[in-house]
Design a binder for this molecule. Sequence first.
Ligand code: CIR
Length: 273
Amino acid sequence: MTNSTIRYAIVRPLPATFTSAISQHPPGEPIDLGKAYAQHKNYTEILRVHVPRLISLPVDDDHPDSCFVEDTAFVCGNDVLITRIGTPSRRDESLAVYQLMLKIKAEIPDLRIHNLREPATLDGGDVLVINKKIFVGKSSRTNTAAIEQLNSIFPGQVKEIPVKSGLHLKSTLSCLDDQTLIVWDNKAAISMAEAIINALSNTSAIGLVKVPDSVAANVLRIGRCLMVQKGYPKSEKILQDLCAAKSLELTPMPMSELVKVDGALTCCSILIS
Ligand code: CIR
């Protein structure tokens, strides 16, 4: 998805309980909640500039990770898949997103909404859609049952990628456009990216751009804007040069407080074309 024709962006505000969000590696320094609010607000405002309709779900203080809305659903063309999040304590985050999708369907009648069923578990961070192919990371959050159900909903479109580094598939790689993957310069991450490139080799040629910082490999493209993580100068220089070559505008985003609990740029929104 090039994200050049995004019509809707869905976000969910940072909850007051955010300092209790799940972390794979408890942060060295505690989360600065005020800074986290400012960073998330900045992210939301940038989306507002670039997307015709920004929808902010009601804040959900019962779920400290609820701002990571990407994990609740993914979109492929006119299909929306509501996930069953891998961590049981997060699972109910999807309910509000399902209700919202029903409302959006009233505006986009072609939208088809699907739900995963038990025992499937899947986090949206494990899903990369590129050229109508759905790459699904099999991870500690996303299981075989989810991949089987996706295969019957999207026949011929799904390819499983074992996640060998990072929390999710998109923790260490992401899509700049339909021809370009950004990947962390690390053996395990590169092998995941190569599996994606090989699966697409019959239909499209995909270039691989390596960056030295894992966090910086998750970028968010909307129209001419490329959001990248601020604070990783070597990776930023590589992405800046890429933007110059593709006439894109690089937008460095300070997200340090969200990164402390494994948040990335893609994980704070759901985009609908
Ligand atoms: C979690 O562990 O579930 C959250 N603290 C982070 C989720 C990040 N989600 C994403 O990148 N899609």
